[in-house]
Design a protein around this ligand. Structure first.
Ligand SMILES: Cc1ncc(C[n+]2csc(CCOP(=O)(O)OP(=O)(O)O)c2C)c(N)n1
Ligand SMILES: [Mg+2]
Length: 669
């Protein structure tokens, strides 16, 4: 006779195991969020054990269904699920929740443990990243699936909380997801009426379901009855709707089962307390001791996911064998994407330009994009309604639209914030995505740029109109502090090319990146094209190089980036005419130059004490690091002004004359 309990009680056992693990881990850490995992346990459990195709033994299986816990504060829900399903987390890891070095960090950290699909915590980011994941799935399916060979056909699941859906980024992302009809995106909305300050009625009263219907989503209301069969049915109904994303609204109760904390904001972000845990476990019919109790039956039941996953993966592998036979070239391309292989690109600039002519770096970028797009099929991107200005369209690439996912050019609409998260989701899927707008609007997407850096994704953020050189549009459109802020962020390479060739190298650099996002800062205005022989092939990797050597030992070193490099070159000529030997250093990527050895640094910037002048039409913040004790920085200390470009540069004293004057002042001091 079998001793296994009837199915329903195993389910209950598993759900309560998730709940009690969350309670106990938060209590032990004396920090964290117990209430939301307790309430959402039935949803996550149903997804992981009944609905999703996933392979715990190989969390990176390319055609797995994705799951993202957008409300990252409920991280214990994910950790409990990953542990129970056999993803490689140990119970000990859960016991070390929120401790140094534990894969179970306060919020899910991409890469910390197998099965964490994205870093979440800043509310709204997770579900918006899911739009990128779901879009990538469609883009890949359109490119690689062939009749009889449906090798890409996975779903993207998310759980989003009130905070996720209050945040503007999710509105932007959900709007475009509806517009594009991303039918394989399925989000559960944890409608628990609670956020940190109390009842959500304090600040949130719209009809969320109706809003999502207006976005073009398929919306279901589960109400309060979260019986597992109902959750499963709703998920399957959502999967059956293939032309629209789905929202499943669940009226949950935070800290469900806790006699004194259920439905209270107090259960959001504090341990329940030993006594309340005891009372809650009694309600669940759970042994009050020991903590972190995992019934063998629950573990065994969840671990069956491993075998099911292996089977699903094996079936898919067989399909891949047939696919490879039928489509060997596509199979190779796809493998490169799955493995997130860095594309092989020829050394040097991807395109040659005529030295001495003038060309905006955004214009050079446009020409380079055409070459790069031909070499890197997985390079897919677009702009937030500024393509005629950012010049980021791939010629003949077609527009990605509902039902036209084989195209190349994305149109994000005026949704910078979501564009950042969507680009990140695409990068998570192995594509080489880019998103473009004016540098000033990088502020709108800073949260996503930061997550790209934190997740170590090679997202490309292509920003044009990179300075007061914008001219007439005035201070609202003239970036000042953006470069400094982006450079201050760890693991971002900010590249501001001085001319068309540096721009070509910059794209090549960005596309080859493996675990660092690249920010490109490109000029609106025309800049003189430099002699490519003067620019080393690895100029961006090195970060800075000597572009113009002085005739003799340099008395002063001029350091410029982007549009100000040309200005430094002119100043050096004038100084030379006046008998002052000046070297010009182009520093397209300060972040990379930070990695230079002391010897390389001295080779480029001269020994300590050398007079140096940095010129950048932006905040001088951070430049003194390079100019040193006998240095000066010519930059912007205020917001800009609306006037023709030349007049603005003149007005703010970013001129050849000012550099020459500053050099003399330094040498005479
Ligand atoms: C962008 C952002 N702002 C603020 C926070 C801090 N924060 C964490 S959870 C939360 C709100 C909690 O409400 P809800 O999203 O409904 O989650 P629940 O309490 O229901 O789990 C806030 C404001 C955050 N994580 N991200
Ligand atoms: Mg809530």
């Amino acid at each position: 006779m079998s001793t296994a309990p009837p199915a329903s009680s195993v389910d209950e056992l598993c759900v309560n195991t998730i709940r009690t693990l969350a309670m106990d881990a938060v209590q032990k850490a004396n920090s964290g969020h117990p209430g939301t995992p307790m309430a959402l346990a039935p949803v996550a459990y149903t997804l992981y054990t009944r609905v999703m195709r996933h392979s715990p033994a190989n969390a990176a299986w390319p055609n797995r269904d994705r799951f993202v816990l957008s409300c990252g504060h409920a991280s214990m829900l994910l950790y409990a699920m990953l542990y129970l399903c056999g993803y490689g987390l140990a119970l000990e890891d859960l016991e070390n929740f929120r401790q140094l070095g534990s894969p179970c960090a306060g919020h899910p950290e991409y890469g910390a443990a197998p099965g964490i699909e994205a870093t979440t915590g800043p509310l709204g980011q997770g579900i918006s990243t899911c739009v990128g994941l779901a879009l990538a799935e469609r883009l890949l399916a359109a490119r690689f699936n062939r009749d009889g060979h449906e090798i890409i056909d996975h779903h993207t699941f998310a759980i989003a909380s009130d905070g996720d859906l209050e945040e503007g980024i999710s509105s932007e992302a959900s709007s475009i997801a509806g517009h594009l009809g991303l039918g394989r995106l399925i989000a559960f909305y944890d409608d628990n009426h609670i956020s940190i300050e109390g009842d959500t009625a304090l600040a949130f009263s719209e009809n969320v379901g109706a809003r999502y219907e207006a976005y073009g989503w398929h919306v279901q209301h589960l109400g309060e009855d979260l019986a597992l069969d109902r959750i499963e049915e709703a998920a399957r109904a959502a999967m059956a709707v293939t032309d629209r994303p789905s929202l499943i609204v669940c009226r949950t109760h935070i800290a469900q089962g806790s006699p004194n904390k259920q439905d209270s904001a107090g259960a959001h972000g504090s341990p329940l307390g030993e006594e309340e845990i005891r009372l809650t476990k009694e309600v669940y019919g759970w042994p009050t001791e020991p903590p972190f109790y995992v019934p063998a039956d629950a573990l065994e039941h969840c671990r069956a996911s491993v075998g099911r996953g292996e089977q699903a993966e094996q079936d898919w592998n067989e399909r891949m064998v047939a696919y490879r036979e039928a489509q060997p070239e596509l199979a190779d391309q796809l493998a490169a994407i799955f493995e997130r292989r860095s594309p092989t690109l020829p050394p040097g600039p991807l395109k040659r330009f005529e030295p001495g002519t003038k060309m905006a770096t955004r214009k050079a970028s446009q020409e380079v994009i055409q070459v790069a797009a031909a070499l890197v099929p997985s390079m897919i991107g677009g702009s937030a309604d500024l393509a005629p200005s950012t010049l980021t369209l791939v010629d003949g690439g077609g527009n990605v639209e509902h039902g036209a996912f084989g195209a190349r050019n994305l149109h994000f609409g005026i949704r910078e914030h979501a564009m950042g998260a969507i680009v990140n989701g695409m990068a998570l899927s192995g594509l080489r995505p880019y998103g473009a707008t004016f540098l000033i609007f990088s502020d709108y997407m800073k949260g996503s740029i930061r997550l790209a850096a934190l997740m170590e994704l090679p997202s490309i953020f292509c920003y044009t109109h990179d300075s007061i050189g914008v001219g007439e549009d005035g201070p609202t459109h003239q970036p000042i502090e953006q470069l400094a802020a982006l450079r201050a962020t760890p693991n971002i390479n900010v590249v501001r090319p001085a001319d068309a060739h540096e721009t070509a190298l910059a794209w090549s650099f960005a596309l080859r990146a493996v675990n660092t996002p690249t920010v490109l800062a490109l000029s609106r205005q025309a800049l003189v094209v430099l002699d490519p022989e003067l620019i080393p092939d690895d100029a961006i990797e090195r970060g800075a190089y000597v572009l113009r050597e002085a005739e003799e030992a340099p008395a002063v070193i001029l350091i410029g980036t982007g549009s100000e490099v040309g200005l430094c070159l002119e100043a050096a000529e004038q100084l030379a005419a006046g008998g002052v030997a000046a070297r010009v250093v182009s520093m397209p990527c300060m972040d990379r130059f930070e990695l230079a050895t002391p010897a390389e640094r001295e080779r480029v910037l001269g020994p300590a004490g050398t007079p140096r002048i940095a010129v950048e039409a932006a905040s001088p913040f951070g430049w003194d690091r390079w100019t040193g004790e006998r240095g000066a920085v010519i930059g912007m200390r205020t917001f800009g002004a609306s006037a023709p470009e030349a007049a603005v540069y003149q007005h703010f004293g970013i001129t050849v004359g000012a550099v020459v004057e500053q050099a003399h002042a330094l040498l005479n001091s």
